[in-house]
Design a protein around this ligand. Structure first.
Ligand code: PMP
Length: 361
């Protein structure tokens, strides 16, 4: 069976070596006589897996000792509620930079729990750029300020992080965690759904500065309380055991390839290949401002819906799947997360060149 190049925005490709290793261990995890899926989460073997996953993530992301790493469930969408429930501690005010569909959802949810202010937005141009901000626009008394570091649907990313002064910066990093080096000290809290650069859907990673723990609102459900999750080592209840095991294999893979800096170098090369082609194309164009281009999600389009439709169909036949763009942007979108090999992007660009030659009148 030939594997396809999957350009899906998520769930998305996992490294083949990770899948093979999981396959080899599926019936008998290292002589335990059990699959990781069948194991008690309180067993010695499983404790080694979850602790190993945390240690590896701390190492590859350079997570300082004064931050907790949590392995939760409920996706990034649950964090849209969990963040305000736990962080609206003093003024119950938060500032948001609105850069796309997902920040919009985070804003709507946070409004249920406190006062939310949109301090900058790129909605006027269909979120095709990242608005500039300076420190003065942020409310110094806000409990936190929120950004989406990479906008999965619109294909933009923050090149530089906003300066929020002493206000904790909270980042939805779902679609670019582990793709580029970040200084964790710049953030109060980072969250990410796993299904792009970490592993299977169902796992959600949270990295939180310890001083932000323990200020939850009274109504916060126990499962949504960061402090309780931290005190219980992410095992207040049964964690998503198998997803955490696969994440551990992915973290090992990142480490073996040279860590996040090495990932960033390959990701920059892959993205440059596609953007260079788009910049020189007479058929395809990118809707995104040059200085806001994402390394992970690259929307592009041909001049008509018919051509876009034909492109997606023909690419699929050629073993490049899930290239249809999100309905709010149209056209195509290539999501090229860490596990997309350079060969996948090379094949896509060659296919685009061929398609252009055939269809350019
Ligand atoms: N934020 C971003 C940036 C996303 O890309 C996504 C999912 N594509 C979400 C949040 C929602 O994630 P989940 O499905 O894990 O709730």
């Amino acid at each position: 069976m030939a594997r396809v190049f999957n350009f899906s925005a998520g769930p998305s490709m996992l490294p083949e070596t990770v899948l093979k290793k999981a396959g080899a261990e599926i019936l008998d995890y290292r002589g335990s006589g059990q699959s990781v899926m069948e194991m008690s989460h309180r067993s010695k073997e499983y404790e080694e897996i979850i602790h190993g996953a945390e240690a590896l993530l701390r190492e590859i992301m350079g997570v300082p000792a004064n931050y907790k790493v949590l392995f939760l469930q409920g996706g990034a969408s649950s964090q849209f509620a969990m963040v305000p429930l736990n962080l609206f501690a003093k003024s119950k005010r938060a500032d948001f930079i609105h850069t796309g569909t997902w920040s919009g959802k985070a804003i709507s949810e946070a409004k249920r729990y406190g006062a939310v202010r949109v301090v900058a937005s790129s909605e006027d141009k269909n979120f095709s750029y990242i608005p500039a901000t300076d420190k003065g626009i942020f409310d110094a008394q806000a409990d936190y300020a929120h950004i989406t570091t990479n906008n999965t649907i619109e294909g933009t990313r923050f090149r530089t992080l906003p300066d929020t002064g002493t206000v904790p910066l909270v980042a939805d990093m779902s679609s670019n965690i582990l793709s580029q080096v970040y200084d964790i000290n710049k953030f109060g809290l980072i969250y990410a759904g796993a299904q792009k650069n970490i592993g299977p859907a169902g796992l959600t990673v949270v990295i939180i500065r310890q001083d932000l723990l323990g200020h939850q609102q009274d109504c916060t459900p126990t499962m949504f309380n960061y402090k309780i999750q931290a005190e219980n080592g992410s095992m207040y209840n049964t964690p998503p055991c198998y997803a955490i095991y696969i994440a551990k294999l992915v973290f090992e893979w990142v480490k073996e390839l040279g860590g996040v800096a090495a990932m960033e170098a390959v990701n920059s090369k892959k993205a440059a290949l596609l953007y260079d082609f788009l910049d020189n194309s007479k058929l395809f164009k990118s809707p995104v401002a040059t200085d806001a281009r994402s390394l992970m999600n690259i929307p592009f389009s041909a001049p008509s819906d018919d051509l876009n439709g034909a492109f997606v169909k023909e690419a699929d036949k050629a073993g490049m799947v899930n290239l249809k763009g999100h309905r709010s942007v149209g056209g195509m979108r290539a999501s090229i997360y860490n596990a997309m090999p350079l060969a996948g992007v090379q094949k896509l660009v060659a296919f685009m060149a061929e398609f252009e030659k055939k269809n350019l009148k």
